[in-house]
Design a protein around this ligand. Structure first.
Ligand code: AMP
Length: 398
């Protein structure tokens, strides 16, 4: 892996792509700076290795327009506080002034460029734009794991202009190393808990994980497509009719590979999709008509816990229920507590891919996991076994 550890950047301008796409309050104030904090170690390493960081990032979806609502100016100010150094802000991300500012950057200081998505050329991955961006650096570091599944100008296309001077940042390295701990073996037994709404959005993950795990626990809404395919009555639970056959095939593949595929034995059923709905615990095989399964039941939770406790490595992607509604968050909360306990007892745990990260954070359990991924969509594609443009651009032929 082409990481930055141990390199001496000798006063060079290190053009660093980060993921500073922070949630904001309506007045523009930063609501959660954890994405910024994640990149501090990379920026501090570049500074301590005598580099001058020129930072590129995007914020929101300005759709190629210079919309002040999406300015990175408040992020620059906050970054200065986090890094305890002067962070200059460039009002653009390309052009003569930006290049001049990058060249004027004093040692120990940082330059943050304005939102790269103020140009439609960014998401289009236009080469001419990438080449202009490249003028602000002598070395390119990609640390934006959260955007690594996009072949955008600043995340992938730009790498070609730094043929012998492109590296993965420390966040990227950590993400790759931690996922590979699960995907490339080393731990036995390994289990994956895959939940969330739909089989269709997780089928790639399930297929890729199957040969790499000993147990696969399926939860959330997607479990009902599997259950229905087996002949269960699932009432009004979420089902993807188009995926019944796929579910059966996956189940067969698991049997052949000797992988334990675990479906919930019981569920918390509700008479409406609402937090204040009437609820009852029912067998997952017999959800009554007019009722829908919205969370894992007590038997299902116990069975999942037994598998987790017996595993040396646990990958978790997707909630076990509609965790956004407190009435149906208990299965997910229980799961987080069990994985945290297994982690304390020495197992390796990784939480990644969209909503499970949100769930683990909202439950205050993020610190108790071995690793929580910074990338939603990017992690999902990584777990699907796809090569991510932001990584392959760095690791391509020099
Ligand atoms: P995903 O982004 O695919 O991981 O899906 C997460 C979404 O799945 C969350 O918004 C949950 O509310 C939803 N979800 C989880 N379990 C269920 C369920 N039993 N029925 C409907 N939606 C669910």
């Amino acid at each position: 892996m082409q990481g930055i550890n141990g390199l001496d950047f000798q006063g060079k301008r290190v053009l660093t792509r980060v993921d500073f796409n922070v949630p904001q309050h309506s007045n523009g104030a930063i609501a959660d700076d954890s994405r910024m904090r994640a990149h501090l170690k990379t920026l501090e390493a570049i500074l301590s290795q005598n580099g001058r960081p020129v930072v590129m990032a995007h914020l929101g979806r300005p759709k190629g327009e210079k919309n002040p609502k999406f300015t990175l100016a408040p992020v620059a100010e906050h970054l200065g506080k986090l890094l305890k150094t002067k962070v200059h802000f460039a009002k653009d991300c390309v052009g003569e002034d930006v290049v001049a500012q990058s060249k004027a950057l004093a040692p120990g200081e940082v330059l943050l460029l304005e939102n790269v998505r103020f140009y439609a050329e960014e998401t289009a991955g236009q080469e001419a734009f990438a080449e202009k961006l490249a003028e602000a650096g002598d070395i390119y570091v990609n640390d934006a794991f959260g955007a690594a599944h996009r072949a955008h100008a600043s995340t992938a296309v730009i790498a070609q202009y730094f043929k012998n001077a492109r590296y993965l940042g420390l966040v990227m390295e950590a993400e790759i190393q931690n996922v590979n701990k699960i995907l490339q073996g080393g731990f036995k037994p390994v289990c994956a808990v895959v939940g969330g709404a739909k089989v269709s959005s997780k089928i790639g993950v399930l297929k890729n994980l199957l040969p790499k795990v000993n147990d696969l626990i399926i939860g959330g809404g997607m479990a009902f497509t599997f259950l229905k395919a087996q002949g269960a009555s699932v009432g009004d639970s979420l089902v993807e009719e188009d995926y019944l056959e796929t579910a059966l095939q996956l189940q067969k593949a698991a049997e052949q590979a000797g992988v334990g595929l675990h479906l919930p034995a019981d569920v918390v059923a509700a008479d409406r999709f609402a937090n204040d709905a009437q609820t009852k615990i029912v067998s997952a095989q017999e959800v009554p008509a007019g009722w829908m399964g919205l969370d894992a039941g007590p038997e299902a939770r116990k069975a999942a816990a037994a598998v987790i406790r017996a595993s040396k490595a646990i990958l978790w992607n997707g909630p076990l229920g509609v965790f956004e509604m407190p009435a149906f968050a208990k299965g997910t909360e229980f799961l987080a507590t069990e994985i945290a306990q297994a982690t304390r007892e020495g197992s390796f745990s990784l939480v990644g891919g969209g909503d499970s990260v949100a769930a683990v954070k909202s439950l205050g359990k993020a610190e108790e996991m071995s690793y929580v991924s910074t990338g939603g969509g990017a992690m999902l594609e990584f777990l699907e076994g796809k090569s991510l443009p932001g990584i392959s651009a760095i690791e391509g032929e020099l």
